[in-house]
Design a protein around this ligand. Sequence first.
Ligand code: ZN
Length: 158
Amino acid sequence: MPKTITSPVPKFPGTVVLHDPLPLSAVVEWEEALADCKGHPCGAALKILSGMFAEGADRDAVAAEYAAHYADCVESDRRPRCLPGLSDTAAQARTMKAIRPCVAEWHVENFDLANPPGSPKASRSRFVAWLIKEITDLYTEEDPTGDPNASRPAPGTG
Ligand SMILES: [Zn+2]
């Protein structure tokens, strides 16, 4: 059964119908997008980043050190070894691409799914966060426990 959700963001009113269940191909894209957003710091980068949590840490200095590190952290074939993750805005753009295959119907006139609006920033962020939460809820729904056949009448008694 597709799931209809209603936008809580006044700037972008409307409804969205999500595939339920989500297609396997869609969740593959979903996981890739989330991984891209998070980034993959290498061991050396993690060590630098842990400086953020030191007492009296100069967070700007740590961020600058990390930026300098990952710019040069590449494999011998120049593929990046250390991936920094995306800024909030870039992460939303990346995630929107992965949201598309999860959508069965789109009824939000002010928000073009194929070419999402960038502004106003606060409304856009809230709208994208809402979509991410709804899809995450669908994707991470708990496996029900119990006997799936328990409510069926036994053969010959129904
Ligand atoms: Zn690195």
